[in-house]
Design a protein around this ligand. Structure first.
Ligand SMILES: N[C@@H](CCC(=O)N[C@@H](CS)C(=O)NCC(=O)O)C(=O)O
Length: 231
């Protein structure tokens, strides 16, 4: 397996799924965390932008190739590590669709935890928007994933082993568990038995035992310096 460099901020954010995939695959990878804005925006970013105008965080550098955008990063890692050694086109497209749906959930959450969209600019607005998100939006997404798991009848989204999309779905479920816990709310998984089983099975994967005990799993979910209301 070729050596991989994975670049991101020192937060879980969009980096955690890629870190988990590398750990799960036993990849030879460097988890490069840019400690401050300058080291990325005035450092590595312009260097990588000279070869890839779309460059962003997260990115992966592998065998002379630089790939960015978190869902594509996951698909790329799935391919180079063999995690996504899909047996059929059905698997490939089911995985790609799941990645897109999970990204929609992630974007809905970002509108709540960061002030950038102009809706969550005060602590009071955060509390209201967060509760609305947890009580209404999350259930709509979870119902889709619950049904998808039943429709496909597998242990994970696509097959009985994790595929690249599973790493982002687990991360989203796990972040929502943490938020519910911090805000004294009941677990959003309680009414979704398949998803609850899925979250527990993923967390119990022996290949990820080291990761769940590591500093990477203990990183803040969102950027404190970036103005996140919850991290
Ligand atoms: N759609 C992109 C979003 C990337 C993004 O917004 N990255 C944020 C961190 S989550 C960032 O700070 N990027 C650094 C930059 O703009 O150069 C993805 O899925 O990767």
């Amino acid at each position: 397996m070729p050596k991989i460099e994975l670049g991101y901020w020192p937060i879980r954010g969009l980096g955690a799924p890629a870190r988990m995939l590398c750990e799960y695959a036993g990849a030879d990878y460097a988890d490069v965390n840019y400690a401050d804005a300058g080291s990325w925006f005035a450092g590595k970013k312009p260097e990588l932008a000279s070869g890839n105008a779309l460059i962003n965080l997260p990115y992966v550098e592998c065998d002379g190739q630089v790939v960015t955008h978190s869902s594509v990063v996951l698909e790329f890692l799935g391919q180079v590590t063999g995690v996504d050694a899909f047996a059929s086109e059905d698997h490939r497209w089911a995985n790609a669709q799941a990645l897109a749906e999970i990204y929609d959930l992630r974007n809905a959450l970002m509108g709540v935890v960061y002030p950038f969209n102009g809706k969550t600019t005060t602590k009071e607005a955060f509390e209201k928007n967060c509760d609305d998100h947890m009580n209404a939006t999350v259930g709509k997404f979870y119902a889709k994933f619950e049904t998808l798991l039943k429709q496909r009848g597998m242990e994970f989204l696509i097959r009985d082993a994790p595929s690249s999309a599973d790493f982002h779905l687990f991360e989203m479920l796990d972040q929502h568990e943490i938020i519910a816990n911090r805000r004294g709310m009941k677990s959003p998984l309680e009414t979704f038995p398949e998803l609850k089983r899925y979250h527990a099975n993923f967390k119990a994967l022996p290949q990820l035992e080291k990761y769940f005990a590591s500093a990477a799993y203990a990183l803040p979910m969102n950027s404190i310096g970036g103005g996140a209301w919850i991290y």
